[in-house]
Design a protein around this ligand. Structure first.
Ligand SMILES: *Cc1c(COP(=O)(O)O)cnc(C)c1O
Length: 426
């Protein structure tokens, strides 16, 4: 059969029942798996045979969903995690450790910014932040001998800047390191970063992939394209024997599956951010309608952005689908089918007007969430980004008057009516 369209993959990839088997993905709600002999189980522990023995390391339900997401992104393999934060953490810790360095875009999720600038720093991993629109020269200047990865977001949450993935990939590769992309807001429906040279993709599946605000989750997907052996000195964890696994050498023994196998065998084993099988099942249900939902999210958000842009009480609107937006050209290139459902804007009257507006909304809910079926809104400066200084806020593209508005898939006329009545009160 010829390669399926990404829309079909949302439904069909990952799990294909055989004759007489359940049509829907079964939930294997079991911590453990039984074997007839110690020797059989021993082979699994040695990574000599494929099979399940303990759900912290792998579970059939979770694996089927990971395989579906890998297929959506066009990757060779993937692993689910218990949150998006865990996915970011694992994607980076898999290639760097104490004494290493990361280059990251400033326009990233607040949690990722804290992870890099605070927690990784305590672990001895330093990060140099670069503007998403940095020139190649500026990007080159951020690299050091010990740089091990470049990190950015396709569409930054909440700044909504679009990353020039091709440029970042080119520079990363010229320094012999992989480009890791957080593709949460774009989803593989609107952008598949591997097609533009990214090596690894992560998602907070908590957002559009789940789509219904039922569970937190994450995923790390590998393109299989980065040649670890060609940069063996930089990545000893992947290219030299792992003594904690009887001298297995991930790059040599697992080829294109090296990166994902190492996350599973080492990071999941030792840090254990495993999703529950039932959560993986819910995630799979969400993904079955991802392509339909994302299309509607984008259509609605485009209309909301256009409405806001024309409103006299709005001082600015950030949405890369608006002609004239700073990132419009990048969006045309990387996101030709639609941007995302999230729009941000400033209300005249700053912080206070923004708060009055939010309190006056009836349909839209105030929630620390984005990217699910229900329209919801948030004031980042007083919530998700409150740990950041004013200067860091500006660097992250978040001003004090910024309202992040996640447009749901309700009837768009109702969403706009709600905004209209709330703006009258603002
Ligand atoms: C929410 C989010 C994360 C973190 O995901 P959690 O599932 O909340 O841990 C990471 N990146 C982006 C872009 C996000 O929106």
């Amino acid at each position: 059969m010829k390669e399926l369209h990404v829309n079909s993959k949302c439904i069909l990839s990952g799990y294909q029942p055989k004759n007489g088997e359940p049509r829907q993905l079964p939930i294997i709600q079991s911590t453990t798996f039984k074997y007839d002999s110690a020797d059989e189980m021993g082979k699994l522990f040695d990574l000599e045979a494929a099979g399940y023995f303990y759900t912290r390391l792998a579970n059939p339900t979770s694996d089927a969903v990971a395989a579906k997401i890998a297929d959506l992104e066009g990757g060779v393999g993937a692993i689910l995690t218990s949150s998006g934060q865990a996915a970011t953490t694992f994607s980076l810790l898999n290639v760097c450790g104490s004494g290493d360095h990361i280059v990251a875009s400033t326009a990233i999720y607040g949690g990722s910014f804290n992870l890099l600038s605070v927690t990784f720093k305590k672990l001895g991993i330093e990060t140099t932040f670069v503007e998403p629109d940095a020139t190649e020269e500026e990007l080159n200047a951020a690299f050091r001998e010990n740089t091990k990865a470049v990190f950015g977001e396709t569409i930054a949450n909440p700044a909504l800047a679009v990353l020039d993935i091709e440029k970042f990939a080119k520079v990363a590769h010229s320094h012999g390191v992989p480009l890791i992309i957080d593709n949460t807001f774009a989803t593989p429906i609107n952008c598949r970063p591997f097609e533009w040279g990214a090596d690894i993709v992560i998602h907070s599946t908590t957002k559009y992939l789940d789509g219904h605000a039922t569970q937190t989750g994450g995923v790390v997907v590998d393109s299989g394209n980065f040649d670890w052996m060609a940069h063996a000195d930089k990545f000893p964890g992947l290219t030299q024997p792992d003594e904690s696994y009887h001298g297995k050498n991930y790059a040599v023994d697992f080829g294109k599956m090296a990166y994902i196998t190492k996350i599973q065998a080492q990071l999941m084993r030792d840090l254990g951010a495993t999703p529950g099988p039932f959560n993986a099942f819910l995630l799979n249900l969400g993904i079955e309608s991802l392509h339909v939902r994302v299309q509607r999210h984008c259509e609605n958000a485009q209309k909301v952005a256009e409405y806001l842009q024309a409103h006299p009480k709005i001082s600015w609107v950030k949405y890369a689908g608006l002609p004239g937006d700073k990132d419009y050209e990048l969006a045309q290139k990387y996101l030709p089918d639609g941007v995302c459902g999230v729009v941000s804007f400033g209300i005249k009257g700053g912080r206070e007007a923004a708060t009055r507006f939010m309190d006056s909304l009836k349909l839209a809910e105030i929630a620390t969430h984005v990217a699910d079926a229900r329209t919801c809104t948030l004031h980042p400066a007083s919530t998700t980004h409150r740990q950041l200084t004013d200067q860091q806020l500006i660097e992250a593209g978040v001003t004090a008057d910024l309202v992040r508005f996640s447009v749901g898939i309700e009837y768009v006329g109702d969403i706009i009516d709600d905004i209209e009545q709330a703006l009258e009160n603002a």
